[in-house]
Write a protein that binds this ligand. Structure first.
Ligand code: SAM
Length: 384
């Protein structure tokens, strides 16, 4: 039995003994200002539990543990470097190129038929030259850092293998012009160049430091004679104002927007968007993303494609942004159709865990056995 005596002591009487316990210091209101704040990673996890728990239901515990564990990398082969020995070395380590070893047949997913506006099927990227090696399912070995070849070009680039998927889905054809609207630090730009199909690539990012990093990356992987400004142009501009400044229309546009970078947000304090001082910026993300996607749509030629992607599970930043951008484009008399990526996704379902048919686009879910993602992607075709 415990009897309250004073704020400082508790009188505790058990069968044979009586003793006093000093109360633990209580947190007083006036100390609240000096109480340690929750780290941003914890705030991110709290937020995700509240939002993704209901959104993903039974899948959330598995996705959550995936997010909190070490992510898995893929090795994007540099087609501009000498890499024959490297590829056999990867094979002997048990790695496989997830693109060339994909499912050889394209069967429709089970489930309801696609909605009428999802009639366009993205063909399998059969002609892609992109090669990306991964360790087998459940194998958490790490790749060694890449070494330069005799021409001092690095032989591979380590990245989340799921971030190659938006580039594959964009399906660049030989001789096409491509805009990478939010390109820094450059993983997807490099993957776009690995297709060896791009005639002209414009890589842009608002951040000067990010474009500087992108430039350094390209210089380490691509021969300098291919990096002339008539082939690869790098700029640091605000993507939202793109079409106010440039009239060039592209065959393909990649809009890989700033987002809550879910994996980073639960793991790293540095540059964390869940810092209290960045609350406003975080809340404004869907508007910024919509503006960027709309700018990407306007920069696409009629008949061309736009690929919208994020590394977040958030519906607000994924399908809601696509819905808003499509309807805002319609108000400007630009008709955009969402493509059905279900056949594409089926090809890679032995490597990635995809969310069961989100209403718009496709989503790679982190999973302990293949800890890639999250990556959301949605492909749109500009009709007029
Ligand atoms: C998810 S990252 C892009 C990652 C990149 N595509 C890659 O694969 O390495 C989003 C980028 O958008 C850039 N960004 C933010 N606001 C922008 C804007 N208004 N216009 C263009 N880029 C912007 C950020 O600087 C950031 O580098």
């Amino acid at each position: 039995m415990a009897v309250k005596l004073s704020p400082r002591f508790v009188f505790n009487q058990t069968k044979n003994t009586t003793f006093f316990l000093q109360r633990r210091n209580r947190v007083k209101t006036k100390w609240a200002g000096t109480r340690p704040k929750l780290p941003s990673t914890a705030l991110a996890l709290q937020h995700f539990d509240a939002v993704y728990g209901p959104q993903l239901g039974d899948l959330w515990p598995s996705v959550r543990i995936g997010l909190l564990c070490e992510k898995k990398y893929g090795a994007l082969i540099n087609n501009f470097a000498s890499n024959a020995d490297l590829i056999s070395a990867f094979h002997s380590q048990g790695c496989r190129d997830f693109i060339s070893s994909r499912h050889s047949h394209q069967t429709p997913l089970e489930g309801p038929p696609p909605e009428p506006e999802l009639l366009h099927q993205t063909p399998a990227p059969l002609s892609s030259r992109i090669q990306c090696f991964v360790f087998p399912r459940g194998d958490i070995s790490r790749f060694k850092p890449a070494r330069p070849d005799s021409e001092r070009l690095l032989t591979y680039y380590l990245l989340d293998a799921a971030s190659v998927l938006p580039v594959l889905a964009l399906d660049v054809q030989s001789g096409q012009s491509v805009l990478d609207l939010c390109a820094g630090p450059g993983g997807k730009t490099l993957a776009l160049l690995q297709t060896q199909a791009v005639r002209f690539l414009w890589a842009n990012d608002l951040s000067g430091s990010r474009t500087a990093r992108l430039r350094r990356t390209l210089q380490s992987y691509v021969p300098k004679e291919l990096l002339t400004e008539d082939r690869v142009l790098i700029t640091s501009l605000d993507g939202r104002q793109w079409t106010d400044n440039y009239k060039h229309e592209f065959d393909k546009v990649l809009v890989d927007v700033p987002c809550t970078t879910d994996r980073h947000s639960v793991m790293e304090e540095d540059n964390n968007i869940f810092k209290r001082s960045r609350t406003k910026e975080r809340q404004m993300l869907p508007s910024l993303q919509t503006e960027l996607l709309l700018a990407g749509i306007k920069a696409t030629r009629p008949g061309g494609d736009v690929l919208y992607s994020t590394c977040s599970l958030s519906q607000l930043q994924n399908q809601c942004v696509v819905d808003r951008a499509v309807s805002e484009a319609q108000q400007m008399d630009i008709t955009v159709k969402v493509q059905d990526l279900s056949g594409f996704v089926q090809l890679f379902s032995d490597t990635f865990h995809f969310a069961p048919r989100p209403p718009v686009g496709e989503l790679v879910l982190p999973h302990l056995c293949e800890n890639f993602g999250p990556i959301y992607m949605c492909k749109l075709t500009r009709m007029n």
